[in-house]
Design a protein around this ligand. Structure first.
Ligand SMILES: [Zn+2]
Length: 64
């Protein structure tokens, strides 16, 4: 699975599809800690050194 790394400078909302249960979840790219699926608690992304590492294959950037 290819991870996607979101640079800290680009703060925006991401819509991540949980690879475990298919739930769509909207997260903020500047999350200070890991993000877990609200439905099945699978880890969707982790935060390392100010970067968000998305562990889901499908995600969409939401332009605001
Ligand atoms: Zn899930």
């Amino acid at each position: 699975m290819a991870y996607r790394i979101i640079p800290e400078t680009k703060s925006r909302f991401l819509k991540i599809k949980c690879p475990g249960c298919g739930n769509d979840q909207i997260v903020f790219s500047k999350a200070s800690s890991g993000i877990k699926c609200l439905v099945c608690s699978k880890e969707l992304a982790s935060s390392t050194g100010g970067k968000l590492i998305v562990k889901a294959k499908e995600f969409k950037e939401l332009s605001s």
